[in-house]
Design a protein around this ligand. Structure first.
Ligand code: MN
Length: 432
């Protein structure tokens, strides 16, 4: 008997504020499930970070439910563990509601006795495969759970077994993704056919022998700029279809491609801001951006001029006009030789903030080309001299506010933008 199942992970559904990216992310999941249906897989395992936050917007949740129901309507069972993005320890997450609605099975039940965790198996009714695993929790907590695992019980269980986890495994994590809370492979039970991993945003396969392997499919679409940059540089996104029988296990990677990318890097070293601006404008002229995700990365140190002298919003508009799905300007490694230096000795945080703000505001002058009296008055009343210092400090105060518990990214950014708009008084400017 050959058993065929799909392993999907790190969907991060509901991520991306940009509606087109958000849709592409959902589309990647939809396509994956229709491939699973077409391929007649026996079941699907999902290894965490199904949603991007524990309480996401409801529109992507509705889509996710519809897609999961497509699979279920074809009698394809879904086994899902949670990732660090999916839940909080002390409140109900959307994923719990989907679970209560019976959309998937959570094969992570365990008994805890005398500091030992005894995991239970969920047996797939049709294939008799036995599935178990541990959900990902908050960073730092995972390792403790793995240390408590009763391995004997897991290893002595008969039959074909699959172990699902949402954690980086020390031995297999590439150096650039390594961090302090990795789980050594020795803490996982031996003798399983397939170890299905989530959390690492990178595809990775490790074959132990013909009959046992470990794999991370990596994110289905990606939820960060780095993910998209890696995709643009050739990293394929998708999931695995795994085939196993008595003596072998084989994983086939299925690419899911929902968009084309263009990725250009611009070296700003020893160029003026004006030169870089011209270079990017000329580059964009020649780009075929239609229906593509365009990523520009500008790095290096400008010989003269400031970062803000480069008109990035103009580039975004140019790319939009050329039909780009969306464009991103990564300028986190772009610096200016004109960066100012400041010595601080034995001052409080507030004093340092005050002094930096004062020095910086002192060099800000009203642009003489502005002729509109209303705009001039507005700038004078908000950004010049002492008034500028007050605005800056108030802004700092507003921007320090963190996300509320269970507040999703959208609501958080809307709240921050509203606070800033009302603090600066933009509404007064446009209304009177
Ligand atoms: Mn993830």
């Amino acid at each position: 008997m050959t058993v065929k199942f799909a392993h999907i992970t790190d969907c991060h559904l509901g991520s991306w504020r940009n509606p087109k990216l958000r849709e592409l992310n959902l589309k990647a999941f939809e396509e994956s499930i229709s491939i699973c249906i077409h391929e007649h897989v026996n079941f699907i395992v999902v290894t965490g970070d199904f949603f991007d936050v524990n309480v996401p917007d409801l529109a992507p949740v509705k889509r996710a439910v519809e897609i999961l129901r497509d699979a279920r309507s074809k009698e394809i069972e879904v086994y899902m563990i949670y990732g660090s993005h999916d839940f909080t320890a002390n409140s109900v997450s959307i994923i719990d509601i989907l679970h209560s609605a019976g959309l998937f099975i959570k094969p992570v039940e365990f008994e805890q006795k005398n500091n030992r965790i005894r995991l239970k198996f969920s047996q797939d009714a049709k294939t008799l495969i036995k599935i178990t695993g541990l959900s990902g929790r908050k960073i730092g907590l995972d390792l403790e759970y793995y240390k408590m695992l009763d391995l004997g019980v897991l290893e002595s269980e008969e039959g074909f077994k699959i172990f699902l986890f949402h954690a980086p495994i020390t031995e297999f994590t590439p150096i650039e993704l390594a961090h302090g809370d990795m789980v050594p492979f020795s803490l996982l039970p031996k003798g399983f056919k397939y170890y299905g991993g989530g959390h690492l945003h990178k595809r990775l396969e490790k074959k132990f022998d013909e009959n046992s392997m470990l794999a991370y499919p990596g994110p289905l679409f990606g939820s960060t700029f780095t993910d998209l940059e890696n995709t643009a540089e050739g990293e394929k996104r998708g999931f695995y279809i795994v085939e196993l029988n008595t003596n072998t296990v084989k994983a086939h990677f299925i690419e899911v491609k929902v968009a084309d990318f263009v990725f250009k890097k611009i070296n700003a070293n020893q160029k003026t801001a004006k030169q870089v601006d011209d270079e990017i404008s000329a580059l964009i002229e020649t780009l075929d951006a239609a229906n593509k995700i365009v990523l520009l990365k500008v790095k290096g140190t400008l010989s003269s001029g400031k970062r803000s002298d480069i008109n990035f919003s103009k580039f975004e508009e140019l790319l939009r006009n050329k039909g780009a799905i969306v464009s991103f300007m990564n300028r986190s490694s772009l610096t200016s030789a004109e960066t100012f230096q400041l010595k601080v000795i034995g001052e409080s945080v507030e004093d340092i903030e005050k002094r930096i703000v004062k020095e910086r505001i002192a060099s800000f002058k009203l642009d003489p080309s502005i002729s509109d009296d209303k705009v001039k008055n507005f700038i004078n009343s908000k950004f010049i001299a002492e008034k500028g210092q007050n605005t800056a400090r108030a802004l700092l105060h507003v921007l320090k506010k963190g996300k509320l518990e269970n507040e999703n990214n959208n609501d958080y950014s809307t709240r921050m933008i509203d606070d800033v708009i009302s603090l600066i008084g933009f509404k007064d400017l446009f209304n009177n």
